[in-house]
Design a protein around this ligand. Sequence first.
Ligand code: TYD
Length: 217
Amino acid sequence: MAKNTTKDYDAELNKTVFNIKHQRTFCMIKPDGVMRGLIGEIIRRIEKAGLKVVAMKMMLPTEDLIKKHYPTSDAAWVARLGSKAKKGLADLSLTAKDTYGTDDEKLLGENVLKGLIQYMQSGPVVAMVVEGIQAINMVRKLAGPTLPFMAEMGTIRGDFSVDSPVVANVEGRSIHNLFHASENPVEAENEIKLWFGGEIICDYSLGSDDIMYCKHY
Ligand code: TYD
């Protein structure tokens, strides 16, 4: 039988390829994105890329939720945060020790985390589950890298934020980078479970699915 729609193709895909095609990721517009009126702009970019929002809610996260969201007890993750905070210092002829008072990445990471936990509770966030082919990579690409001063124009963080760890950390606050997106499949699964648990995730087709995702000729 001729396959005309993406659903026809889906029926014949093996599970691995089906899961890649319908990969789900968690993402979130952070309080600065909501308070700057960028909800529509950010969702527009996700939809324009051909990705589908399958769950969404606005909420004021609790400290407990934020502490569960970020792997605060994972020493390697905290140290990685500290090492990221050092990025760009050398270009400004600065050292971590002179700027932050320490170059210990674990200590630096712990300090970053304090500001981050406060920032994430400073206003409402919009939490979403987004689906599409390799959605995890796609949404990370739309977001751009963590540090706004390094994010390319054309990305959410590059177009709408300007911040650097040097200034943020010396001011004792988080970097305001508008948006969060899961980094890998394990993170996506955990974050979807944490933020949406058993809540409804909607399964529907976009009118554009058949043109974007299937051989219709
Ligand atoms: P991380 O998980 O490394 O990045 P991403 O959000 O791109 O996955 O870092 C979590 C958040 O920590 C990041 O979005 C912004 C914040 N942060 C700071 O506030 N200050 C810093 O110096 C760094 C490195 C991160």
